[in-house]
Write a protein that binds this ligand. Structure first.
Ligand code: MG
Length: 151
């Protein structure tokens, strides 16, 4: 089973600054904050699912953030998807998902999928008390268990 994770306000919160952790080829710098429990969540989800990252950010930005997540948490997504893979739909660019994919994202206006595939997460902007990733882990576990009982 594939789990697609959004980046901004789902796993991380990035803000532009003069000397950030992330430096892009065009000299833009970003400070990056990681959502509480991110390391534990990425460990768990990578062990149990094929994890893809899909962000509406540029290829340079998304790859640079993923390098940072790899350095910090030894997290390596199976696939990285970016703005360039989005498709036009009714005048906007969206992420088009296949049936066997679950998508964890803080907003749903950028993709087309069946509603049951979308696991909404509250947008995160740096609050240290946030526990959404723990909740998402338990949602994934309960879906997994209900799939097992169907067998
Ligand atoms: Mg987002």
């Amino acid at each position: 089973m594939i789990v697609v994770l959004d980046l901004d306000q789902t796993l991380i919160y990035c803000t532009p600054c003069k000397t950030g952790l992330i430096k892009l080829p065009n000299d833009e710098n970003y400070q990056i904050q990681c959502r509480p429990y991110l390391g534990e969540f990425l460990d768990w989800v990578s062990y149990n699912y094929e994890v893809q990252i899909w962000s509406a950010g540029t290829k340079e930005y998304v790859e640079r953030v993923c390098l940072y997540l790899n350095d910090r948490f030894e997290f390596k997504p199976c696939r990285i998807r970016t703005r360039e893979e989005m498709v036009p739909f009714e005048g906007r660019m969206v992420k088009l998902l296949t049936e066997s994919t679950m998508f964890i994202v803080d907003d749903n206006h950028r993709y087309i999928a069946q509603n049951k595939q979308w696991i909404p997460i509250l947008p995160w902007e740096g609050q240290s008390s946030d526990r959404e990733l723990l909740r998402i882990e338990s949602v994934l576990k309960s879906r997994w268990l209900s799939a097992l009982t169907l067998l």
